[in-house]
Write a protein that binds this ligand. Sequence first.
Ligand code: FAD
Ligand code: EPU
Length: 344
Amino acid sequence: MKNYIQLKSLNTFRISVFAAQVIKIYDVYALIKHWKNTYYKAQPVLILGRGSNVLFLDNFIGTILINKIKGIFVTEYNKIWRLRVGAGEKWDKLVTYAINHNIPGLENLACIPGSVGAAPIHNIGAYGIELSKICEYVDIIDLYNEKVIRFTHEECLFQYRSSIFKNILKNYAIIFVGLKLSKKWKPILNYGELNCLKKHYITPKQIFKFIRKIRYNKIPNVKKTGNAGSFFKNPIINAKKAYNLLSLYPNMPYYRQIDGAMKLSAGWLIDNCSLKGYILGRAAIYSKQSLILINNKNMANGTEIAALALYIYTSVAKKFNIYLQPEVIFIGKHGKINPKKIFL
Ligand code: FAD
Ligand code: EPU
């Protein structure tokens, strides 16, 4: 791996792999220039934010462009604030900035360790709110045609952990994200662990602090223990199948969706295969949250984490006839790998 660049500090799973080249990108012109350079040499190219939703399975033989396009621009109107934010800003820095400037509405999404640019891709969500609720537009650059294109909220096709950016678009980079926050703030406290907070007296800052505390208690700190948050998505199944399962497991948590389908808790399904804390080689299931896979002592490679994920996938499928879908994106030598190649 002579002259290759170590990626361990550039992915939160702390996988030790190398890339032929890593370039930090501070503006759109540099993004186009470096992307074209690699594209026309027929070399693989990957755009990365904070590396908190990827699993490297191998060395990457191409160029990684790290998005560092910065800027938080706030415009105040009578009833709303509009925020236009550079894709390379840290998401949690944005949340803290908003709270410190008395702009509420982002507090439930505190502590998510990614970049602003990646937030629309899987429509980040936590504690009762998803990005889709506040996202007004997403500006991308079509790298092939060098054109900036704006996707309105509707055009983003946001769904649970999904959007048009996830699998449909190709050769693009998100450069700015537009958020719209109402001045008529109402606390969102319907998520289980927030029920104990009192609606009438609570401030955005108190919610922000409370969520930070909950998260510190049950999500491993990426600075110490490699992980990428939830490894799998919570499965959404049809109501009939959910009721069949509920007749067998009456304590199983479920969340009814607007269209009648049911979202189940992947963490609960994994727990109920008696896998909490399970260790496979140098990979493990986190003892306080079964949906999080950890890189034990930060010594595992991506294949070991994937082997554990496959074991979980198979165990849950056997016991519940539910096929978990990974939330984490697998990256191989040449770029993204379809998870079906690993799980089927
Ligand atoms: P990366 O991992 O760098 O990239 C992810 C994908 O997006 C890659 O395919 C990459 O090529 C692509 N990409 C990144 N930036 C761009 C861009 N500008 N243009 C085009 N493509 C791009 N997620 C939640 O939804 N809710 C949570 O509560 C949550 N908690 C987490 C807790 C921990 C401890 C960790 C480690 C992760 C958590 N996540 C959570 C997952 C993760 O933080 C989010 O998915 C985040 O949005 C990923 O951002 P990133 O910048 O790290 O993306
Ligand atoms: N549960 C278990 N055992 C576990 C984990 C969860 O039984 O080990 C059950 C419990 O009943 C618990 C319920 O699942 O009450 C929900 O658990 P939790 O609040 O921890 O949330 P989650 O569904 O496991 C989702 C997101 C997280 C997000 C939290 C909070 C997904 C895939 N994950 O996790 O997002 O932070 O809700 O809103 O939707 C991420 O995407 O990386 C991520 C961390």
